[in-house]
Design a protein around this ligand. Structure first.
Ligand SMILES: [Fe+2]
Length: 256
């Protein structure tokens, strides 16, 4: 099985840039383009040549580096069909079910609307990894700017149903505040309590808390746990449909 090298680093205020590299094929992709200068510097340090940018959604902190990177490297920009007119420099539009060739790997496109209407995620089954942009965060979920709660809930479920050992890379380092909020809903969830402590320790040492993994999120992320009785009781929604509970959690987080 060929190996996929992954390089994640912080940039802007709380974004993550992620580069993926297939050494055998000599191809490198940037997941989104938050900061061209930081990405070019890292490419140079690694000795990698950028061949593709895989855009998750149109927000400026994910696409701001598109044009400068394209000019510097001649890379191809791939992005969501649903919002292609808002992706600077886009060359190739993709949507649900599309498969992108990347060296020895196949990248599957998943539509995950809610944060924005055209938002997509990229899943590489052979590398057991997914890049979910601003849909799912460690112990959190993206804000619903363009879609609605039911749409976002379905998008999150799509990610939650990936194989349990899938590593999840997210667009931002929001984990510590997410953990604090999660604890207000589930103070007795031991996995959550332990993870929150781990996260505090990592952040004290200025270390990233990402990537996360599907199984860890299922155990600790309240946005994936609307079925849990303790959460339902806390919200006074014992018998509501899951996505209603999810919407209430999202509302509560918005106000926290
Ligand atoms: Fe965003």
């Amino acid at each position: 099985m060929p190996k996929l090298e992954i390089e994640q680093f912080a940039c802007l205020s709380d974004n993550y840039a992620v580069l993926i590299h297939d050494p055998e094929a000599g191809v490198t992709a940037s997941i989104d383009a938050p900061d061209a200068r930081a990405i070019l510097a890292r490419l140079q340090a690694k000795g990698w040549t950028l061949t593709q940018i895989l855009v998750t959604h149109h927000h400026g902190d994910h696409t701001g580096g598109n044009l400068a990177l394209k000019e510097a490297t001649g890379c191809t920009i791939i992005g969501p069909k649903g919002e292609s007119e808002r992706i600077p420099g886009i060359d190739k539009e993709v949507s649900e079910g599309d498969v992108i060739a990347f060296g020895n790997f196949k990248i599957n496109v998943l539509e995950t609307p809610g944060h924005t209407l055209g938002h997509i995620a990229y899943w590489i089954p052979d590398a057991k990894v997914a890049f979910v942009g601003d849909t799912l965060f460690a112990m959190g979920a993206g804000r619903i700017f363009e879609g609605n709660a039911e749409m976002m809930w379905k998008s999150l479920q799509k990610i939650a149903r990936l194989p349990a050992d899938t590593e999840i890379y997210c667009g931002h380092e929001y984990t510590q505040t997410n953990a604090r909020f999660a604890l207000t809903l589930e103070p007795d969830n031991l996995a959550l309590v332990n993870r929150a402590q781990e996260v505090d320790q990592l952040r004290r040492n200025n270390k990233p808390t990402l990537p996360t993994r599907v199984d860890r999120e299922l155990e600790t992320n309240p946005f994936l746990r609307p079925h849990v009785t303790a959460i339902r009781a806390k919200l006074g929604m014992l018998y509501a449909p899951d996505w209603h509970v999810f919407a209430a959690i999202r509302e509560r987080k918005n106000k926290s």
